[in-house]
Design a protein around this ligand. Sequence first.
Ligand code: NAD
Length: 352
Amino acid sequence: MRLIVTGGAGFIGSALIRQLIAEETSVTVINADKLTYAGNLDCLESVASSPRYHFERVDVCDAGAVQQLFRRYHPDAVIHLASETHVDRSIDGPAAFIQTNIFGTYTLLEAAREHLASLRGSEKARFRLLHVSTDEVFGSLGSSAHFNETSRYCPNSPYAASKASADHLARAWHKTYGLPVVITNCSNNFGPYQFPEKLIPLMILTALEEGPLPVYGDGQNVRDWLYVADHCRAIRRALAGGRVGESYTIGAHCEKTNLEVVGQVGLLLDQLRPRENGKSYRELIQFVEDRPGHDRRYAIDPSKAKKELGWAPQETFKSALRKTVKWYLDNLPWCARIRDGSYQGERLGVLR
Ligand code: NAD
């Protein structure tokens, strides 16, 4: 099977490609990525020499380049992850989110539609486009209830609104043009190689530098955490067995407040890399101004994915967080290379 993965040099895309190359010997992966600040080919060093892996530097907004990609590789399926993904950045500069997440998705859907029209028989019947999205499209929950596939779209940040738009386009291209689309909406991911602007790696690296650990607002915002390898397994199941035109919410029933998560990171660092002054890293926690429009709670009901796709997470939060913290401690040169670029851990997404 020839599979195009857009955004394959990012956090989830690279984890997915490493997993596919390791576990699915019949799959050839074409990684199509623009290599923005968030894309990094270091994440794919372990698969770079595989004859089943190809990299193409492509901007999904470039219709000609995307069309060429389909013509050259003649894919059996596409997994679309290319996206601008950081909520705080979407507050400071929404334009790139509108461009990549909405226009880029439209461009990809159109190229896939043209490709589908060129296919016949079993190739046509087999073709799929899996659109990877987020639970943030559903907005914020109260203290009970969970998001599922029937939840109302109610995005609150520019990021969430751009992803919601992309979901609607993907759905419409299925309904109108018969493009065989499957959508997944997943909760917050964590794991190795995550860009250190996101909560968990930001806290690990800031703690090691003895900096204040910035917790937004009162720290009681709840996210439903999922280890990235479990998300990748869900994506693979959805591609293989998801019903065309359907969406699947993906999560591990792992709700934590941001304060709890930062506290757990601090405790793990206390064990794995104790501070010289003998104090706990948790003493570095500092409450800072909240994010504008900060959603209070996300939580996923994954029962449809469980029932229809046979998917369940393999990791617990505790085991996965330990693995993640250890990975960052063992890979500080990677983090330093990332931080030598434009982002150095500064606060983003505050309206001034
Ligand atoms: P990421 O920011 O780590 O990586 C995004 C990748 O997309 C980068 O490699 C970047 O170079 C590439 N990219 C950006 N603009 C592009 C363009 N115009 N053309 C081609 N490539 C481009 O993101 P991630 O955390 O790996 O997320 C991947 C996908 O999963 C996104 O669609 C995101 O919305 C979704 N998602 C993420 C999470 C999460 O917690 N990280 C949760 C649910 C869903």
